[in-house]
Design a protein around this ligand. Structure first.
Ligand code: A3P
Length: 352
Protein backbone atom coordinates (compact mmCIF):
# COMPACT_ATOMS: atom_id res chain seq x y z
CA UNK A 1 0.00 0.00 0.00
CA UNK A 2 2.68 2.45 1.02
CA UNK A 3 4.65 1.48 -2.06
CA UNK A 4 1.66 2.25 -4.31
CA UNK A 5 1.27 5.65 -2.66
CA UNK A 6 4.87 6.45 -3.46
CA UNK A 7 4.40 5.51 -7.11
CA UNK A 8 1.36 7.78 -7.34
CA UNK A 9 3.35 10.60 -5.88
CA UNK A 10 5.98 10.26 -8.58
CA UNK A 11 4.99 13.35 -10.55
CA UNK A 12 4.92 15.55 -7.45
CA UNK A 13 8.26 14.12 -6.54
CA UNK A 14 9.60 15.04 -9.94
CA UNK A 15 8.46 18.62 -9.65
CA UNK A 16 10.15 18.89 -6.28
CA UNK A 17 13.39 17.58 -7.65
CA UNK A 18 15.38 20.73 -8.20
CA UNK A 19 14.27 22.50 -5.06
CA UNK A 20 15.02 19.51 -2.89
CA UNK A 21 18.41 19.20 -4.48
CA UNK A 22 19.06 22.80 -3.58
CA UNK A 23 18.07 22.15 0.00
CA UNK A 24 21.07 19.98 0.61
CA UNK A 25 23.72 22.29 -0.64
CA UNK A 26 22.43 25.84 -0.93
CA UNK A 27 22.06 27.89 2.21
CA UNK A 28 22.27 31.31 0.60
CA UNK A 29 19.15 33.10 1.80
CA UNK A 30 16.63 32.72 4.59
CA UNK A 31 13.89 32.69 1.96
CA UNK A 32 15.34 29.74 0.09
CA UNK A 33 15.95 27.98 3.43
CA UNK A 34 12.26 28.30 4.42
CA UNK A 35 11.05 27.11 1.06
CA UNK A 36 13.46 24.25 1.04
CA UNK A 37 12.58 23.34 4.60
CA UNK A 38 9.03 22.91 3.40
CA UNK A 39 9.97 20.72 0.47
CA UNK A 40 12.13 18.68 2.77
CA UNK A 41 9.12 18.02 4.99
CA UNK A 42 7.15 16.93 1.96
CA UNK A 43 10.02 14.71 0.95
CA UNK A 44 10.10 13.15 4.40
CA UNK A 45 6.36 12.55 4.30
CA UNK A 46 6.50 10.96 0.90
CA UNK A 47 9.51 8.89 1.69
CA UNK A 48 8.27 7.59 5.00
CA UNK A 49 8.56 4.07 3.70
CA UNK A 50 12.11 4.60 2.58
CA UNK A 51 14.89 3.69 4.94
CA UNK A 52 17.41 6.45 5.52
CA UNK A 53 20.98 6.21 6.60
CA UNK A 54 23.90 8.46 7.29
CA UNK A 55 26.10 8.15 4.25
CA UNK A 56 29.67 7.10 3.67
CA UNK A 57 30.74 10.72 3.65
CA UNK A 58 28.65 13.60 4.94
CA UNK A 59 25.31 13.40 3.13
CA UNK A 60 22.37 11.17 4.15
CA UNK A 61 21.13 8.39 1.87
CA UNK A 62 17.62 7.16 1.08
CA UNK A 63 16.84 3.58 0.19
CA UNK A 64 14.48 3.42 -2.73
CA UNK A 65 13.41 0.12 -4.31
CA UNK A 66 16.40 -1.71 -2.80
CA UNK A 67 19.04 0.84 -3.81
CA UNK A 68 20.68 3.62 -1.82
CA UNK A 69 20.56 7.19 -3.15
CA UNK A 70 22.48 10.21 -1.88
CA UNK A 71 19.76 12.59 -0.69
CA UNK A 72 20.03 15.15 -3.47
CA UNK A 73 20.05 12.57 -6.29
CA UNK A 74 16.85 10.66 -5.53
CA UNK A 75 14.32 13.31 -6.59
CA UNK A 76 16.15 14.11 -9.85
CA UNK A 77 16.41 10.41 -10.61
CA UNK A 78 12.69 9.96 -10.14
CA UNK A 79 12.04 12.93 -12.38
CA UNK A 80 14.40 11.51 -14.99
CA UNK A 81 12.74 8.08 -14.76
CA UNK A 82 9.36 9.59 -15.39
CA UNK A 83 10.17 12.01 -18.19
CA UNK A 84 13.45 11.23 -20.01
CA UNK A 85 12.89 10.29 -23.66
CA UNK A 86 15.72 8.23 -25.09
CA UNK A 87 16.55 8.16 -28.78
CA UNK A 88 17.62 4.88 -30.40
CA UNK A 89 20.98 6.42 -31.31
CA UNK A 90 21.76 7.50 -27.71
CA UNK A 91 24.81 6.04 -26.02
CA UNK A 92 24.24 5.63 -22.31
CA UNK A 93 27.21 5.17 -20.01
CA UNK A 94 26.11 3.61 -16.72
CA UNK A 95 28.71 3.30 -14.01
CA UNK A 96 29.19 2.51 -10.41
CA UNK A 97 30.56 5.68 -8.82
CA UNK A 98 34.37 5.92 -8.68
CA UNK A 99 34.80 3.13 -11.20
CA UNK A 100 36.49 5.29 -13.82
CA UNK A 101 33.44 7.12 -15.22
CA UNK A 102 35.47 10.20 -16.19
CA UNK A 103 37.98 8.02 -17.99
CA UNK A 104 35.39 6.03 -19.93
CA UNK A 105 33.50 9.21 -20.82
CA UNK A 106 36.68 10.46 -22.47
CA UNK A 107 37.31 7.14 -24.22
CA UNK A 108 33.78 6.88 -25.65
CA UNK A 109 33.82 10.54 -26.70
CA UNK A 110 37.13 10.06 -28.52
CA UNK A 111 35.98 6.83 -30.21
CA UNK A 112 32.63 8.16 -31.38
CA UNK A 113 33.97 11.53 -32.56
CA UNK A 114 37.22 10.35 -34.12
CA UNK A 115 36.05 11.44 -37.59
CA UNK A 116 35.33 14.96 -36.32
CA UNK A 117 38.47 15.54 -34.27
CA UNK A 118 41.81 13.95 -34.94
CA UNK A 119 42.92 12.49 -31.63
CA UNK A 120 46.30 14.17 -31.82
CA UNK A 121 44.88 17.59 -32.66
CA UNK A 122 45.85 20.22 -30.10
CA UNK A 123 42.30 21.57 -30.14
CA UNK A 124 40.68 18.24 -29.36
CA UNK A 125 37.74 18.93 -26.97
CA UNK A 126 39.25 16.54 -24.42
CA UNK A 127 42.35 18.73 -24.25
CA UNK A 128 40.24 21.83 -23.68
CA UNK A 129 37.39 20.69 -21.46
CA UNK A 130 36.38 18.16 -18.85
CA UNK A 131 34.91 14.84 -20.04
CA UNK A 132 31.94 15.73 -17.82
CA UNK A 133 31.21 18.71 -20.07
CA UNK A 134 31.55 16.66 -23.27
CA UNK A 135 29.50 13.78 -21.86
CA UNK A 136 27.06 15.00 -19.19
CA UNK A 137 25.14 13.07 -16.57
CA UNK A 138 21.40 13.05 -17.25
CA UNK A 139 20.83 13.84 -13.56
CA UNK A 140 23.00 17.00 -13.86
CA UNK A 141 20.82 18.19 -16.75
CA UNK A 142 17.74 17.57 -14.63
CA UNK A 143 19.32 19.26 -11.60
CA UNK A 144 19.85 22.37 -13.72
CA UNK A 145 16.30 22.00 -15.02
CA UNK A 146 17.90 22.31 -18.42
CA UNK A 147 16.13 19.51 -20.29
CA UNK A 148 16.20 21.66 -23.50
CA UNK A 149 19.89 20.85 -23.64
CA UNK A 150 18.88 17.28 -24.49
CA UNK A 151 17.14 18.42 -27.68
CA UNK A 152 20.12 20.39 -28.90
CA UNK A 153 22.74 17.69 -28.39
CA UNK A 154 24.31 16.26 -31.56
CA UNK A 155 23.60 12.63 -32.43
CA UNK A 156 24.61 10.25 -31.03
CA UNK A 157 23.87 11.86 -27.68
CA UNK A 158 26.40 10.79 -25.05
CA UNK A 159 24.68 10.63 -21.67
CA UNK A 160 25.73 9.15 -18.35
CA UNK A 161 23.92 7.73 -15.34
CA UNK A 162 24.80 6.01 -12.07
CA UNK A 163 21.44 4.33 -11.52
CA UNK A 164 20.92 0.56 -11.42
CA UNK A 165 19.53 -1.09 -14.56
CA UNK A 166 16.11 -1.57 -12.96
CA UNK A 167 15.87 2.19 -12.29
CA UNK A 168 16.71 3.33 -15.83
CA UNK A 169 13.95 5.26 -17.58
CA UNK A 170 11.81 2.80 -19.56
CA UNK A 171 12.60 4.72 -22.74
CA UNK A 172 16.27 3.71 -22.40
CA UNK A 173 15.56 0.04 -21.94
CA UNK A 174 12.87 0.04 -24.64
CA UNK A 175 14.45 2.24 -27.30
CA UNK A 176 17.26 -0.04 -28.36
CA UNK A 177 19.96 2.45 -27.50
CA UNK A 178 23.33 1.10 -26.40
CA UNK A 179 24.26 0.91 -22.73
CA UNK A 180 27.90 0.64 -21.69
CA UNK A 181 28.39 -0.33 -18.05
CA UNK A 182 31.58 0.11 -16.03
CA UNK A 183 32.38 -1.16 -12.55
CA UNK A 184 35.47 -1.77 -10.49
CA UNK A 185 36.78 -3.82 -7.62
CA UNK A 186 34.45 -2.68 -4.81
CA UNK A 187 37.31 -2.23 -2.33
CA UNK A 188 39.12 0.22 -4.63
CA UNK A 189 35.87 2.03 -5.41
CA UNK A 190 35.12 2.38 -1.68
CA UNK A 191 38.55 3.85 -0.97
CA UNK A 192 38.30 6.13 -4.00
CA UNK A 193 34.88 7.36 -2.88
CA UNK A 194 36.10 8.14 0.63
CA UNK A 195 38.94 10.29 -0.71
CA UNK A 196 36.63 11.98 -3.16
CA UNK A 197 33.94 12.79 -0.58
CA UNK A 198 36.54 14.08 1.83
CA UNK A 199 37.92 16.39 -0.83
CA UNK A 200 34.46 17.60 -1.87
CA UNK A 201 32.87 18.05 1.54
CA UNK A 202 31.46 21.50 2.23
CA UNK A 203 33.27 23.53 4.88
CA UNK A 204 32.14 22.50 8.36
CA UNK A 205 30.75 19.09 7.30
CA UNK A 206 32.03 16.02 9.10
CA UNK A 207 32.86 12.78 7.34
CA UNK A 208 31.46 9.54 8.75
CA UNK A 209 34.45 7.83 10.47
CA UNK A 210 36.19 5.27 8.24
CA UNK A 211 35.22 2.20 10.29
CA UNK A 212 31.56 3.19 10.39
CA UNK A 213 31.52 3.99 6.68
CA UNK A 214 33.08 0.61 5.95
CA UNK A 215 30.42 -1.11 8.06
CA UNK A 216 27.70 0.67 6.06
CA UNK A 217 29.39 -0.24 2.80
CA UNK A 218 29.30 -3.91 3.81
CA UNK A 219 25.62 -3.52 4.55
CA UNK A 220 25.08 -2.20 1.05
CA UNK A 221 25.15 1.56 1.62
CA UNK A 222 27.00 3.06 -1.35
CA UNK A 223 25.70 5.65 -3.84
CA UNK A 224 23.31 3.69 -6.09
CA UNK A 225 24.37 0.52 -4.29
CA UNK A 226 24.48 -2.12 -2.86
CA UNK A 227 27.53 -2.30 -5.08
CA UNK A 228 27.18 -6.03 -5.78
CA UNK A 229 23.47 -5.78 -6.56
CA UNK A 230 23.99 -2.99 -9.06
CA UNK A 231 26.76 -4.72 -10.95
CA UNK A 232 24.85 -7.98 -10.96
CA UNK A 233 21.84 -6.30 -12.61
CA UNK A 234 23.98 -4.97 -15.48
CA UNK A 235 25.97 -8.19 -15.69
CA UNK A 236 22.81 -10.29 -16.04
CA UNK A 237 21.45 -7.89 -18.64
CA UNK A 238 24.71 -7.97 -20.62
CA UNK A 239 24.51 -11.76 -20.78
CA UNK A 240 20.85 -11.64 -21.78
CA UNK A 241 21.22 -8.86 -24.38
CA UNK A 242 24.89 -8.53 -25.36
CA UNK A 243 23.97 -6.34 -28.34
CA UNK A 244 22.40 -3.88 -25.92
CA UNK A 245 24.54 -3.86 -22.79
CA UNK A 246 28.33 -4.02 -22.73
CA UNK A 247 29.82 -4.84 -19.33
CA UNK A 248 33.31 -3.48 -18.67
CA UNK A 249 35.65 -3.54 -15.69
CA UNK A 250 38.13 -0.81 -14.73
CA UNK A 251 40.79 -3.46 -14.17
CA UNK A 252 40.38 -4.79 -17.73
CA UNK A 253 40.70 -1.30 -19.18
CA UNK A 254 43.91 -0.82 -17.20
CA UNK A 255 45.27 -4.14 -18.37
CA UNK A 256 44.66 -3.70 -22.10
CA UNK A 257 43.01 -0.44 -23.05
CA UNK A 258 43.63 -0.77 -26.80
CA UNK A 259 41.82 -4.12 -26.99
CA UNK A 260 38.93 -2.77 -24.94
CA UNK A 261 38.69 0.33 -27.13
CA UNK A 262 38.31 -1.92 -30.18
CA UNK A 263 35.68 -4.03 -28.40
CA UNK A 264 33.83 -0.88 -27.36
CA UNK A 265 33.85 0.55 -30.90
CA UNK A 266 32.51 -2.71 -32.28
CA UNK A 267 29.72 -2.73 -29.70
CA UNK A 268 28.84 0.87 -30.55
CA UNK A 269 28.65 0.05 -34.25
CA UNK A 270 31.70 2.10 -35.23
CA UNK A 271 34.47 -0.53 -35.47
CA UNK A 272 37.98 0.56 -36.37
CA UNK A 273 38.95 -0.28 -39.92
CA UNK A 274 42.19 -2.17 -40.54
CA UNK A 275 43.55 1.01 -42.06
CA UNK A 276 42.75 3.02 -38.89
CA UNK A 277 44.41 0.42 -36.70
CA UNK A 278 47.46 0.51 -38.95
CA UNK A 279 47.50 4.30 -38.79
CA UNK A 280 47.61 4.09 -34.98
CA UNK A 281 44.21 5.67 -34.29
CA UNK A 282 43.52 3.28 -31.40
CA UNK A 283 46.91 4.03 -29.84
CA UNK A 284 46.23 7.76 -30.17
CA UNK A 285 43.04 7.34 -28.12
CA UNK A 286 44.96 5.35 -25.51
CA UNK A 287 47.42 8.26 -25.24
CA UNK A 288 44.74 10.94 -25.23
CA UNK A 289 42.92 9.20 -22.36
CA UNK A 290 46.01 8.24 -20.42
CA UNK A 291 45.77 9.13 -16.71
CA UNK A 292 48.71 11.57 -16.75
CA UNK A 293 47.54 13.24 -19.97
CA UNK A 294 44.02 13.74 -18.65
CA UNK A 295 45.12 14.81 -15.19
CA UNK A 296 47.30 17.55 -16.67
CA UNK A 297 44.68 19.08 -18.96
CA UNK A 298 44.07 22.57 -17.61
CA UNK A 299 40.29 22.11 -17.48
CA UNK A 300 40.76 18.92 -15.43
CA UNK A 301 43.27 20.56 -13.10
CA UNK A 302 41.51 23.84 -12.49
CA UNK A 303 37.94 23.60 -13.78
CA UNK A 304 34.64 22.71 -12.16
CA UNK A 305 31.42 21.17 -13.40
CA UNK A 306 27.99 20.33 -12.05
CA UNK A 307 24.65 21.93 -11.48
CA UNK A 308 23.60 22.91 -7.98
CA UNK A 309 26.61 21.20 -6.52
CA UNK A 310 29.86 22.27 -8.16
CA UNK A 311 32.56 19.61 -8.41
CA UNK A 312 36.25 20.36 -8.78
CA UNK A 313 37.36 18.42 -11.85
CA UNK A 314 40.68 17.66 -10.15
CA UNK A 315 38.76 15.46 -7.67
CA UNK A 316 38.24 12.90 -10.44
CA UNK A 317 41.95 12.21 -10.87
CA UNK A 318 43.68 10.80 -7.82
CA UNK A 319 45.93 7.75 -8.29
CA UNK A 320 44.27 5.76 -11.06
CA UNK A 321 45.70 2.46 -9.76
CA UNK A 322 44.51 -1.05 -9.14
CA UNK A 323 44.77 -2.26 -5.53
CA UNK A 324 45.14 1.06 -3.69
CA UNK A 325 42.70 -0.41 -1.11
CA UNK A 326 45.64 -2.31 0.40
CA UNK A 327 46.92 0.94 1.90
CA UNK A 328 43.59 1.68 3.59
CA UNK A 329 41.68 -1.54 4.34
CA UNK A 330 43.00 -4.18 6.74
CA UNK A 331 43.23 -7.84 5.62
CA UNK A 332 40.30 -8.70 7.91
CA UNK A 333 38.13 -6.00 6.38
CA UNK A 334 39.13 -7.11 2.90
CA UNK A 335 38.22 -10.69 3.71
CA UNK A 336 34.80 -9.58 4.87
CA UNK A 337 34.07 -7.72 1.61
CA UNK A 338 35.46 -10.59 -0.46
CA UNK A 339 33.11 -13.02 1.28
CA UNK A 340 30.11 -10.78 0.59
CA UNK A 341 31.09 -10.46 -3.07
CA UNK A 342 31.69 -14.18 -3.38
CA UNK A 343 28.30 -15.01 -1.89
CA UNK A 344 26.46 -12.45 -3.97
CA UNK A 345 28.10 -13.33 -7.27
CA UNK A 346 28.24 -17.09 -6.78
CA UNK A 347 26.99 -18.90 -9.85
CA UNK A 348 26.79 -15.82 -12.10
CA UNK A 349 30.23 -16.08 -13.69
CA UNK A 350 31.26 -12.62 -12.49
CA UNK A 351 34.37 -12.31 -10.35
CA UNK A 352 36.68 -9.73 -8.77
P1 A3P B 1 41.25 6.61 -7.63
O1 A3P B 1 40.56 7.48 -6.63
O2 A3P B 1 41.40 5.19 -7.16
O3 A3P B 1 42.55 7.17 -8.09
P2 A3P B 1 35.01 8.29 -11.44
O4 A3P B 1 35.41 9.02 -12.66
O5 A3P B 1 34.00 7.21 -11.69
O6 A3P B 1 34.60 9.21 -10.36
O7 A3P B 1 36.29 7.46 -10.95
C1 A3P B 1 37.41 8.12 -10.41
C2 A3P B 1 38.55 7.12 -10.34
O8 A3P B 1 39.04 6.90 -11.69
C3 A3P B 1 39.70 7.67 -9.55
O9 A3P B 1 40.32 6.53 -8.95
C4 A3P B 1 40.57 8.29 -10.64
O10 A3P B 1 41.91 8.50 -10.26
C5 A3P B 1 40.43 7.23 -11.73
N1 A3P B 1 40.77 7.76 -13.06
C6 A3P B 1 40.42 8.95 -13.60
N2 A3P B 1 40.94 9.08 -14.84
C7 A3P B 1 41.63 7.95 -15.10
C8 A3P B 1 42.43 7.50 -16.20
N3 A3P B 1 42.58 8.25 -17.28
N4 A3P B 1 43.00 6.29 -16.12
C9 A3P B 1 42.85 5.52 -15.01
N5 A3P B 1 42.13 5.89 -13.92
C10 A3P B 1 41.52 7.09 -13.96
Amino acid sequence: MAWIMLRIDYSIYGRLASSISMKTFSHDTQESCNCLEKTNLQLQAMTSIIQTSKGLGFTPYYKFENFWYPEHLLPVTLDMQATFKAQPSDIILATMMKSGTTWLKAIIFAVVNRHLYTNTHKNHPLLKSSPHDCFPFIHSIYEKNNQNQLDSMPSPRLLAVHVPFSHLPASITDSGCKVVYLCRNPKDAFVSLRHYLDKMKPVGCEMTPFDKAFEMFCQGVFPFGPFWDQMLEYWTESIKSPEKVLFLKYEDLKEDLAENIKKLAEFLGCSFSAEEVKRGVVEEIVQLCDFETMKNVKANKEGEHGALVRFKNSGFFRKGKIGDWKDHITPDMAERVDKIIEQKLLGYGLMF
